[in-house]
Design a protein around this ligand. Structure first.
Ligand SMILES: NC(=O)c1ccc[n+]([C@@H]2O[C@H](COP(=O)([O-])OP(=O)(O)OC[C@H]3O[C@@H](n4cnc5c(N)ncnc54)[C@H](O)[C@@H]3O)[C@@H](O)[C@H]2O)c1
Length: 379
């Protein structure tokens, strides 16, 4: 069997939570261009169950998989602390890699992995499947086309990540800096951070606070607020949380000509009767009002879009690996979210605003301290 017959032959490493979605995505009827060729998990029970279900060779160690399995690519779906060594080993074995988010907890390590993939001439993609969400793609297109004029304010509210304590006790790695790389902003809201960046790029300055509001026995933060300032004068806020049962998933972009509100899978647009810059400078009425026309943006959603995003993301990766092109979620593109999140942690830890581009070495030192408890974040 070769690549032409079977598409991209993929091994999945880490077979529990998100690994199950990848196993499902590789099924032939999903037509992603990828075929499941091997699997790996250190947990013997999880591995045995998956071997029985999927009928492909199983390995309890990635090194054994890399030496023995016949595959072209690997999906890494293990806890974040393992991503850098496993991605490196797979690239050295000549494989393309799809790594679950976060690629690595530090921007320095992400940059090194992106370089390693480039030098190995292998595709390295990251699990930001929301880049394939139809409403997100429509928003990126509209902002890019200038529909809103120049954005001047961005408001990200990602408080839809309520997690009880059992979330952390059921998979204890999620509570630890050294294993997870961070809390709510690194582990969950990273998808919204990536969306924000795909819309308006990285800010030039970040001033953040992070809290351990309701999970005192968890090392990582469960609540974050940040002010974002952009090179062109635009400004924004970011609020993300694990402690809001009534939380929302909403991103607002406000521009000189109108606004976009992305909420869950929907998109609404406001169009102004005159540009704000014109109304401010020419309206003779001291209490002048700009007319605002609201409309729903029609987005052709897939019937099962939540699942379909995984398929599109895998399809994009398989096509990039087979044709030698750059995937949508390339390592360098996906590293931008890590740079912003590291800046948030640096600012929250140091208690001061932080400028981007971020000094990767400085954050690596802070992160090492957080991992061994020499520094704390939040209360
Ligand atoms: N893209 C998404 O929406 C999304 C959603 C959930 C999780 N994730 C990411 O996927 C990764 C895994 O998260 P999860 O929730 O599936 O974790 P999990 O704890 O549910 O599963 C991890 C699996 O990896 C196995 N494992 C651990 N160390 C290993 C090693 N060294 N080699 C091989 N197998 C190993 C474990 O036995 C377990 O079966 C994390 O980086 C997480 O952030 C992404």
């Amino acid at each position: 069997m070769n690549k032409v017959d079977s598409g991209l032959r993929i091994a999945v490493v880490g077979l529990a939570g998100i690994g199950q979605s990848h196993l499902w995505a590789c099924r032939g009827e999903n037509n992603t261009g990828a075929t499941l060729a091997a699997i790996c998990d250190v947990d013997e029970t999880t591995l045995a169950r998956a071997v029985e279900s999927h009928g492909v060779p199983g390995f309890n160690d990635i090194e054994k998989l890399l030496s023995n399995a016949s595959c072209d690519a690997v999906v890494i779906a293990t806890p974040p602390a393992f991503h850098a060594p496993q991605v490196t080993a797979a690239l050295e074995a000549g494989l393309h890699v799809y790594c679950e988010k976060p690629l690595s907890p530090t921007i320095g390590q992400c940059r090194r992995l992106a370089t390693a993939a480039r030098e190995a001439r292998r595709v390295l993609a990251v699990g930001f499947q929301h880049r394939f969400q139809k409403s997100h793609q429509a928003a990126v297109h509209m902002v890019g086309e200038g529909t809103l004029g120049a954005p001047y304010r961005i408001v990200l509210t990602g408080t839809n990540w309520f997690r009880p304590t059992s979330y952390f006790t059921s998979s204890p790695w999620r509570a630890r800096w050294a294993m997870a790389g961070g809390g709510v902003v690194m582990s969950q809201a990273i998808h919204q951070v990536d969306f924000l960046i795909s819309l308006v790029g990285l800010p030039a300055r970040v001033d953040a606070r992070a809290y351990r509001a309701l999970h005192p026995d968890v090392e990582v933060e469960d609540d974050v607020m940040a002010l974002l300032e952009y090179e062109n004068g635009a400004r924004g806020t970011l609020v993300v949380s694990n402690v809001d049962p009534a939380g929302v998933d909403r991103l607002e972009v406000h521009g000189n000509l109108g606004s976009l509100i992305a909420e869950e899978f929907t998109l609404r647009q406001a169009t102004l009767s005159v540009p704000i810059s014109e109304a401010v400078s020419t309206d003779p009425n001291p209490f002048g009002i700009v007319q605002v026309a609201w409309s729903d943006v029609e987005v052709a959603r897939h019937r099962m879009e939540h699942f379909n995003m995984y398929l599109d993301s895998l399809r994009d990766f398989a096509a990039a690996a087979i044709t030698g092109t750059t995937p949508t979620n390339s390592a360098s593109e996906a590293s931008k979210a890590i740079e912003l999140i590291n800046a948030i942690y640096l600012s929250a830890t140091a208690g001061r605003p932080v400028d981007l581009p971020l000094d990767g070495d400085e954050y690596e030192q802070i992160y090492a301290d957080l991992c061994i408890g020499r520094r704390q974040i939040g209360s």
